[in-house]
Ligand binder design. Structure first.
Ligand SMILES: [Zn+2]
Length: 376
């Protein structure tokens, strides 16, 4: 359920509270900031630059001082941002972005009905899911492909705080149903482009998604990935997968065996598209350029088609990129379809946008300063 199978933290209570407080502050509209400033100015007796309003002067309205383009945390003067009305102009429009069905997608869709049934039939409480997530977190560092690669000190120091703040931003959005889960982000030292979501809000992100030739190219692209993973958790896809694998392996299987199997089990295309659609909507609500998702998938599609003759034949760095793209394709819908679907969602978000600017954050990504806290 990831970018492959996405599934799999921390956020200490104090960090969560601090993050929430910061997010709350960042959500102040320019108007609120302005009125805070004027109150502070008047309390200090600062001279006002304007003459006192005469009784006949019309009262200053919020609308006149705050045009739509100024609402939200991305101001008109924000760098690394784009006007919403112009955001889709560079949208992909080629063979790498079509909703044409692919054979693999048809095969992957077969299991969808069962997954949905399982999700409905075996609902567990948020508390039970949290406990399950903590159990999987305990076995992950010594399990299968995670062994020796899980939460290496350097990776944690470099990325965790940054990723955690971005996830908090998504989870704090109005209407996100987290069932009281505390989202935690783990790092996996692996050069492939991948992220995973496990039950309980446990996310695992490959370092290859964050740096190197296959990495995301902006904070907005990163938010597309994180939004996808948060959406999986919100829709309980990892829980359904866990329960499915448990039933498959039988009562004798331990958590490590279940975890390994989960990572190799593709979700149906429907659930992946569902996570893409919700994730794109969430990133737009967080005021990030929603078209970043389709740009990401268009690039992946180009890499995948470049591998027609096989990664071995291509060789070298390009071969490795191709291999990554193929791996994503093996467990997820084809990138060209994900591009087309997310493009459609982005256009809808654009039509319905309540703000004038969307953030891209190419520089913030390299500096690992979350845009919503350091927008300029
Ligand atoms: Zn996924």
């Amino acid at each position: 359920m990831s970018f492959r199978v996405d599934r799999a933290g921390w956020i200490a209570g104090a960090a969560l509270l601090a993050g929430t407080a910061l997010i709350g502050a960042a959500l102040l509209s320019p108007d609120d900031e302005g009125s805070e400033r004027s109150r502070a100015d008047s309390s200090r007796g600062a001279p006002s630059s304007s003459t006192p309003p005469s009784p006949s002067a019309p009262p200053a309205s919020r609308a006149s001082t705050s045009p739509p383009s100024s609402r939200g945390w991305v101001g008109d003067d924000a760098t690394d941002a784009v006007d919403v009305s112009r955001a889709g102009l560079e949208a992909p429009n080629d063979a790498g972005c079509t909703d044409a069905p692919d054979l693999m997608g048809v095969a992957k869709s077969v299991g969808g009905g069962f997954e949905s049934y399982l999700r409905e039939a075996t609902a567990i409480s948020g508390e039970e899911e949290s406990e399950l997530g903590r159990r999987l977190e305990r076995v992950a560092p010594r399990t299968g492909p995670f062994r020796g690669r899980w939460d290496l000190a350097d990776d944690v120091a470099t990325y965790r705080d940054y990723l955690t703040r971005l996830v908090e931003r998504l989870v704090a959005l109005e209407g996100v149903n987290t069932r009281g889960l505390r989202f935690r982000v783990h790092l996996v030292r692996n050069e492939t482009f991948n992220a995973m979501a496990f039950p309980g809000g446990v996310l695992a992100v490959h370092t290859g998604l964050l740096s190197g030739p296959r990495a995301v190219r902006s904070e907005a692209e990163l938010m597309a990935v994180l939004g996808h993973e948060v959406a999986h958790v919100e829709r309980r896809h990892p829980v359904a997968t866990y329960q499915y694998v448990r039933a498959l392996l039988g009562p004798g299987a331990d958590d490590a065996a279940v975890l390994v199997r989960m990572m190799t089990l593709p979700l149906s295309s429907e659930l992946e598209h569902e996570a893409d659609e919700r994730g794109t909507t969430l990133m737009a609500a967080a005021q990030y350029d929603a078209f970043a998702a389709s740009r990401l998938w268009s690039r992946m599609a180009a890499q995948a088609s470049g591998g027609r003759h096989g990664p071995e034949a291509v060789g070298g760095l390009l071969g490795s990129v191709v291999a990554t793209a193929r791996r994503v394709v093996e467990t997820h819908p084809a990138p060209h379809r994900r591009c087309a679907r997310t493009l459609e969602v982005a256009r809808r978000c654009q039509r319905e946008a309540q703000v004038g600017r969307w953030y891209r954050g190419e520089r913030n990504l390299s500096e690992r300063r979350p845009g919503h806290l350091h927008p300029y």
